[in-house]
Design a protein around this ligand. Structure first.
Ligand SMILES: [Zn+2]
Ligand SMILES: [Zn+2]
Ligand SMILES: [Zn+2]
Length: 149
């Protein structure tokens, strides 16, 4: 489902920015490439790297994730999932590609993706009534998944 970033594509992309694909950044990136479509917290990324015997601190993981979300890098997308729990996922490769919508289970924290959009009409209305040029939107639905209902 996730149209792909590869390490090579990212290296190419980073050559044009002031950032380098350092070893640590590449390690963090590979966690996401190995788990495409997943939504990971900084703690989870940290734990996965520690399980692979990488010596990396949580603060470094956090800084790396934030940097990868910056407009300059634009590799990851950050979502605030309530109670200060941020999750990160790989962005789609195409610039300005619409990112899918998310359904979050309040009980088990499961994240379900929903890719149908149907918000074009609302965007048009907002653009007209507020004279606001919309470039993207994010929608999160909170509730209970099938198992938790
Ligand atoms: Zn659930
Ligand atoms: Zn997602
Ligand atoms: Zn949408």
């Amino acid at each position: 489902m996730q149209a792909g970033f590869s390490v090579d594509e990212l290296k190419k992309r980073l050559q044009n920015s002031k950032y380098k694909l350092t070893h640590q950044r590449q390690d963090v990136l590979e966690v996401f490439l190995d788990r495409s479509g997943e939504h990971l917290s900084a703690e989870e990324v940290h734990r996965i790297l520690r399980d692979k015997d990488y010596d990396i601190g949580l603060a470094t993981v956090y800084r790396t994730l934030e940097l990868m979300c910056s407009p300059e890098m634009g590799i990851l997308q950050k979502m605030e999932f309530g109670e200060k729990k941020a999750r990160y996922e790989l962005k789609k490769f195409e610039p300005n590609a619409h990112q899918h919508h998310h359904l979050i289970c309040k009980k088990c924290d499961k994240v379900i993706e929903f890719s149908e959009d149907m918000l074009e009409e609302l965007e048009e209305k907002i653009a007209k009534e507020c004279n606001f040029k919309i470039i993207d939107h994010q929608v999160i639905f909170y509730g209970y998944c099938q198992e938790c209902q």
